[in-house]
Design a protein around this ligand. Structure first.
Ligand code: SAM
Length: 223
């Protein structure tokens, strides 16, 4: 019976791939990837020789029926994104939903994802939290910031280094200078860094030392 596996891949440190992820990648009939070049590099590191088919974010709607046909025609298909877990701020959701609707078995392997190590090492409560993904750049951004201001649970965001200063300024503006935040940068990589403090302190730090790399921002819930 046709099965779709969602296989998380490392977010920076190649040692973070699981033994099961390697076996599933070795055994699968078909691999769909967000960017075939990125996945081919990982497969070559793992010494796996497989054809990789593109499954892009910008054509997820268009690719859907073709991908479903291919999944049905094979025993096992894997979907990977460039890094982390497919479907988490990456393509995957539409394919997963359609596969379930079509009676295809779907299994997600546990594995790398940026939000969990960011949240857990922030030191903020992680028994209940809200994941906001990337905030919209313009339309709808203010509404989301106002909702986070009122949120009692810890909020986790993905942010680009170019927009981190703007985001921290908006936390100060919407939630107050004393709201506690944590910026988790380059998780699992050589220059991993956690900056914890009030929004004002962390903003001052990054204004003096402009951030580079990948960022998860964690905002403490409203007291
Ligand atoms: N699917 C991925 C996951 O499972 O986390 C997320 C993909 S999303 C396109 C990329 C964003 O995730 C980055 O802009 C950053 O906000 C976050 N991210 C990914 N890797 C990271 C890392 N090593 N350190 C900090 N943030 C990371």
């Amino acid at each position: 019976m046709a099965k779709l596996f969602l296989v998380p891949t490392p977010i920076g440190n190649l040692e973070d791939i699981t033994l099961r992820a390697i076996r599933v990648l070795q055994e699968t009939d078909v691999i769909f990837a967000e960017d075939t070049r990125v996945t081919k590099r990982l497969l070559s590191h793992l010494e796996i020789q497989k054809l990789v088919h593109p499954f892009h974010a910008h054509n997820e709607h268009k690719s859907l029926s073709h991908a479903i046909d291919k999944i049905k025609a094979n025993n096992s298909t894997v979907l990977v994104s460039d890094a982390g877990t497919p479907g988490i701020s990456d393509p995957g959701f539409l394919l997963i939903r359609e596969a379930i609707e079509q009676g295809i078995e779907v299994e997600c392997l546990p594995g790398p994802v940026a939000l969990i190590p960011g949240l857990v090492a922030s030191g903020f409560p992680c028994d209940r939290f809200v994941f906001e993904g990337f905030l919209p750049h313009k339309k709808g951004r203010q509404t989301r910031l106002l909702a986070i201001e009122k949120e009692a649970r810890t909020t986790v965001l993905y942010e680009s280094p170019h927009r981190l200063i703007k985001c921290l300024k908006q936390v100060v503006e919407f939630m107050g200078a004393d709201r506690k935040v944590c910026v988790a940068r380059e998780i699992t990589k050589m220059y991993e860094e956690f900056q914890r403090g009030t929004a004002e302190e962390v903003l001052a730090y990054y204004e003096a030392k402009p951030p580079k790399g990948e960022i998860v921002m964690i905002i403490e819930g409203k007291k």
